[in-house]
Design a binder for this molecule. Structure first.
Ligand SMILES: [Zn+2]
Ligand SMILES: [Zn+2]
Length: 115
């Protein structure tokens, strides 16, 4: 049987799940808390405030987001910011604008090398 590390408490357990039995129900509860809070408070966009108000750890909230557990919440894009220009994005590190810019700069550099 596969040993897995619980994504919440870090305990090793035999299962293919992300969470151990002890954490499973608490995790669903936390997910519901975070989901309800985000839906009830769309004006709150800082992850820090959500963590503070819901008492759910940043690690857990980021896990919900990365697992797509909060995908249906339309304004979720606010929680990721392009690390270059700070524009809200849905996933990854850079917004499409910056990706375009980087691609152009890269092309210019490559062209420059040829001259
Ligand atoms: Zn656990
Ligand atoms: Zn950007």
């Amino acid at each position: 049987m596969d040993l897995n590390k619980c994504a919440k408490c870090g305990k090793l357990f035999a299962s293919t799940e992300d969470l151990c039995k002890n954490c499973l129900s608490k995790d669903l509860q936390d997910l519901a808390t975070v989901r309800n809070f985000i839906l009830d408070n769309p004006e709150i966009t800082e992850l820090d405030k959500i963590i503070h108000k819901t008492n759910v750890s940043q690690k857990d909230i980021l896990r919900y987001i990365s697992k797509g557990r909060l995908d249906d919440i339309k304004h979720l894009g606010k929680y990721f910011k392009c690390i270059y220009c700070n524009q809200p994005i849905i996933k990854g590190k850079y917004c499409d604008d910056c990706m375009d810019k980087f691609a152009k700069i890269k092309n210019q550099l490559l062209d420059g090398e040829k001259i």
